[in-house]
Design a protein around this ligand. Structure first.
Ligand SMILES: C[S@@+](CC[C@H](N)C(=O)[O-])C[C@H]1O[C@@H](n2cnc3c(N)ncnc32)[C@H](O)[C@@H]1O
Length: 415
């Protein structure tokens, strides 16, 4: 945390934070203020007056009452993590989230880990991380890069993964040819799956599944599986020129992602763990100092299982399952999240009850989400006396149902 962060004590009243911070900053010399600006990534400010510098620092550290858009401080974003394309990912807000972690926190539960990038950033900052998500795909990513500290795929492993396996099955080829991928690509996927299962180490298998999962997302337009336009778009020059990866060689892309995921394996000497559970069932079993909650925002429009169903089907190789509608979803296998139903309010009530033993809660939330911010505060107040709400105005649509331009992104810090 920066010196400036240490000056801020968490309070339920944002105006108190601003005033006490401003008072403390006013005691610094101009030179000291410039040092604080530098730490916060505020550039080209040498000619500013003391008052102007204080205003800049105040805006950057606590923009709750400011109308400026948040700009991430890029150096501390999880640089080594393969850049995700995941609906609702908090890639842009990582520094913002890190900044408000209280000083006495050592262990964190990332209850809805999604792409894994926030868990990974916590790991980089030396917290002990427990990552959890309902989807298998997300849990293989955190198995590979959060729980795993030093295992990588070797060149021999990669050659083995790509060799023609006479024992491969043909489930993907049979069911999915020309739906999202071509026949040859589907055959490649069947073959790769058979070979991944031959890897004798769970972290290697996780690295391989994470790499192919990322490849699969890279090769379809819109980066999720709720439409069947992928093959058609590939033939359309207008589409593939904008996104050449959709027509690139699946084997080359996979190899590149293996390198990226291998390079992202880091060791923070903590006993980090990856879980694949329904948080509404498991939350009370986690012993941590802080839980970070980034639930789906969109109510009934935020069913992550159906967005990423093909990767779930592939990783689990649900070859005997009924596949439903034109997108071929394994509806009997996907666990529908209560956060993606009309019972979303009840889901939050259950979540809060199950997390009541955890000292700090940090919650990402959005002005378009259900329930409303006021109702949400009321629900949290049942468990936590202090609720500090940080607010970020979004300048761009960041993907995900709640993250629309003009909507407000909140970070609740509760204890
Ligand atoms: C907004 S996304 C999280 C994004 C993540 N913070 C990131 O930066 O990539 C919400 C996640 O919650 C997961 N999820 C939904 N319901 C869940 C449940 N009941 N238990 C665990 N995870 C759940 C979804 O699979 C999805 O990955």
């Amino acid at each position: 945390m920066t010196e400036v962060k240490k000056l801020i004590s968490i309070s339920t009243d944002p105006t108190i934070i601003n005033e006490s911070l401003k008072m403390k900053l006013s005691k610094l010399t101009k030179k000291e203020l410039l040092v604080e600006c530098d730490k916060l990534g505020i550039i080209k400010c040498k000619s500013k007056s003391k008052d102007e510098l204080i205003k800049l620092i105040d805006t950057k550290t606590n923009n709750i009452n400011s109308n400026t858009d948040y700009e991430p401080i890029s150096e501390t974003v999880a640089i080594r993590f393969p850049m995700p394309q995941y609906l609702g990912s908090k890639t842009k807000y990582i520094d913002y989230i890190l900044k408000y972690i209280p000083d006495d926190v050592d262990s964190i539960l990332d209850a809805f880990s999604g792409s894994g990038i926030v868990s990974y950033a916590f790991k980089q900052h030396n917290y002990r991380i427990l990552s959890n998500d309902l989807l298998s795909y997300n849990s293989v990513i955190t198995k590979a890069l959060v729980e795993n500290q030093n295992i990588k795929l070797t060149n021999e492993d990669v050659e083995m993964l790509l060799y023609d396996n006479p024992l491969k099955e043909n489930f993907i080829e049979r069911e999915f040819t020309d739906l999202y991928y071509t026949k040859d690509e589907c055959v490649f996927l069947d073959n790769l799956h058979a070979n991944i299962l031959k890897l004798d180490n769970e972290y290697k298998r996780a690295l391989a599944f994470a790499s192919i999962g990322r490849t699969l997302i890279r090769k379809i337009l819109f980066a999720y599986f709720c439409h069947t336009k992928a093959i058609e778009y590939r033939k359309n020059e207008k589409h593939w020129k904008r996104n050449p990866a959709i027509n690139s060689d699946i084997k080359v892309l996979f190899r590149n992602y293996v390198t990226e995921y291998n390079n992202a394996v880091i060791n923070n000497q903590k006993n980090n763990l990856s879980f694949n559970t329904n948080i509404l069932v498991s939350a009370d079993t986690f012993e941590v100092d802080l839980v970070y909650m980034d639930p789906p925002y969109g109510g009934t429009h935020s069913d992550y299982g159906s967005y990423y169903h093909f990767i779930e089907t592939y990783i689990n190789y649900w070859k005997d399952e009924m596949l439903f509608n034109t997108t071929k979803q394994p509806k009997n296998k996907l666990i529908k999240s209560k956060f993606a139903t009309k019972e979303v309010v009840q889901a939050f009530e259950e979540l809060f009850e199950k997390c009541k033993h955890i000292k700090y809660w940090m919650i990402s939330y959005n002005s378009n989400a259900t329930p409303s911010k006021d109702k949400f505060v009321e629900m949290i107040q049942k468990y936590k006396k202090n609720i500090d709400i940080k607010e970020i105005n979004l300048s761009n649509n960041n993907g995900g149902m709640g993250l629309r331009k003009g909507s407000k992104e909140y970070l609740f810090i509760c204890y």
